[in-house]
Design a binder for this molecule. Sequence first.
Ligand code: MBD
Ligand code: FE
Length: 293
Amino acid sequence: MTQTPTDSRTENEGTAVEAGTKATERFAASGKLSKVDVSKERVSLLAGALIKAANDIVEEHQVTYEEYNALKAWLIKVGTDGEWPLFLDVWLEHTVEDVNSQDRPGTVGTIEGPYYVPNSPELQTPATVEMRDGEEGTPLRFSGQFTDTDGDPIQGAQVEIWHADAAGFYSQYAPGLPEWLFRATVKASDDGRFEINTMRPAPYQIPTDGACGQLISAAGWHAWRPAHIHIKVSAPGYEPVTQQLYFPGDPHNADDIASAVKPELMLDPRPRTDGKGEEVVYDYVLAKQGQKK
Ligand code: MBD
Ligand code: FE
């Protein structure tokens, strides 16, 4: 659901159905559905392998009719709650990302997740992302430089950034937040440098009141992701990288529900000398289009 001026609920009054419906609508609007082009051979191979894996589980674990019906009910609920993007991005995307980035040199990526929104407001470096008056949290100055794999600066690079607020909510997926809160597209300088002023996000708990939350509590798991900043970097002629950056010391770095933490993605923020929060440098090395390890 989109935010309306009469929507006076606070962010934590949002629902899983609301966030899920938005993520599902966003996926449908992304064009990824109209571009489906998978050969009959691959569909037969992949769907066949998935069905066989499911049948093997039933046999190995002697699944009862009660359990089979619980599965059926739950799968239906994933759909009605709009949580297919959430479910897939939390429990499957990390392997898809690994498989598809294994030959790409340069800065490592990780999963995109369900809350990316394209076409965020364009800002020139040095940039400050949209925040509310008196925004809660620790200010974070994030800067770096783009180079190619030979160490030469890249022209025309941009950083798309999106993250949760200090309470752990994403704009456009929770009620009551400004549309582009903590979302921006920052254009780097001609020598590939960028500076983005934002706030440190909070750890994020995936919605607990929908189908995914029901699975988590039925299985006795936890719903947490470590605090993270989502990034998508690109430059003409180079392979784009989608990633997330994390903060040392977060208790969920070691047990991210989405299995998306990698050591190369850990930031090292330091207190700023002017006392106004923290700063951190993170540089990007991009592969030329088609460049392989
Ligand atoms: C998130 O913010 C996220 O990054 C992922 C991967 C899944 C759910 C919520
Ligand atoms: Fe996220």
